[in-house]
Ligand binder design. Structure first.
Ligand SMILES: C[S@@+](CC[C@H](N)C(=O)[O-])C[C@H]1O[C@@H](n2cnc3c(N)ncnc32)[C@H](O)[C@@H]1O
Length: 200
């Protein structure tokens, strides 16, 4: 049962996925609020989110900032459907473009992003250096990659974070892997999870 629930956090689908995504929609705003403040998005900037889930981050960004364009990629059909519905006005206004695909294999044609970010997604990646290197290629010089992840200890306390699904990265390993991927400045802080900011 816990394995099945963990799978739904990794790639929500079906009835259980709808249930889990409702939990996500309610629970993720505090982390997004902090990530968005740290992003300090300037008018006209181009931003890219990996794993937008139900689309809460998109809604919150456009409440407080005015990016030129938001691009998002998620590999769950259900999340694509839910995020598209939640943000249909922004999509119609051509401020938001949602894509369906796996970041591990997707060819991202857009480049030169000011910000790339993700919240609660890095657990589903084993080899962070490969992914962080790919993210770095998408950023313009001095662009920032930001992410939120719960700590290994906090994840261990939750029963649904099955080890076969969740890669519980330590903050030390995540920071070391960002540096190996070529990011110059890396800083982080803890506030019910780790917020990490890396500069290209
Ligand atoms: C735990 S949910 C977090 C959703 C959202 N960021 C939030 O905090 O509410 C993880 C999301 O990342 C997506 N995801 C995981 N691995 C992915 C990958 N390799 N490529 C694209 N999307 C991915 C899942 O489909 C899911 O929507």
């Amino acid at each position: 049962m816990f394995y099945k629930v963990a799978q739904q956090f990794k790639k929500p689908s079906g009835l259980l996925g709808r249930f889990i995504s409702n939990i996500m929609s309610k629970g993720t705003k505090p982390a997004y609020d902090i990530l968005i403040a740290e992003m300090n998005i300037q008018p006209g900037e181009k931003i890219f989110e990996i794993g937008y889930g139900p689309g809460v981050g998109i809604r919150e960004i456009f409440k407080s900032a005015n990016p030129g364009m938001y691009y998002g990629l998620d590999y769950s059909d259900l999340m694509f459907e839910k995020a598209s519905r939640m943000n249909q006005k922004l999509i119609a206004a051509r401020k938001v473009q949602l894509m369906l695909g796996d970041f591990l294999t997707a060819e991202i044609s857009e480049r030169e992003f000011d910000r790339v970010f993700c919240s609660n997604v890095v657990y589903f990646w084993k080899d962070l250096v490969v992914l962080f290197s790919k993210i770095r290629t998408l950023l313009k010089d001095s662009g920032k990659f930001l992410f939120f992840m719960e700590s290994k200890e906090d994840l261990d306390r939750q029963r649904f974070t099955d080890d076969d699904v969740f890669n519980k990265h330590s903050i030390e390993k995540a920071v070391a892997d960002l540096k190996l991927a070529g990011f110059s400045e890396v800083r982080h802080f803890y506030n019910r999870g780790y917020f990490v900011v890396a500069v290209k």
